[in-house]
Design a protein around this ligand. Sequence first.
Ligand SMILES: [Fe+2]
Length: 183
Amino acid sequence: MENYFEKIKKYLHNGHAKEMDNRIERLRMYIDEILLDMKDTQERRCGYLHLYGVSQTCAFIALKRNQDVELATMAGMLHDLHSYKTQNTDKHAEQGAVLARQILEELSLTNENETDLICSAIRNHSSKAIVHSAFDEVLKDADVLQHYVYNPLFPVMEHEKNRLQNLLTEFGIKPHQNDYEYR
Ligand SMILES: [Fe+2]
């Protein structure tokens, strides 16, 4: 990972980023190492797509709802990391929160309150039928929205339909016309 920041500077913001060394990028650098270590290239692809996708979608939703965009972006990066790292999805939200706390403490990126906020969102993110705190809801909705925008032609999973409909309404988006689920 030597020259990591120099390398990503070339590709992000057209090379004009003045300061890349912030908490989001420091966390991403750590997570990239875990993802790059995955032997299964298809799983690695899924890991990159989903974690970066949810992280970016978290930023989008957090900005709209006036939630902490930095912490939400970090929560998105961490939320399913345990599943990709271990290739085990048992109790993935709880296990994900444990790993997230371990990483945040190891990197000393966040204070106690911030760590609790991120880990709570990760612990609760599988409970899509329940409404938790406004910050927790950003991650749950980002998970659903990333699945949708990855490919709007795919059928929507049953347990994500209500949330997706609410998100599309919130953002004033008409579903893709091929999405038979919402015609
Ligand atoms: Fe997820």
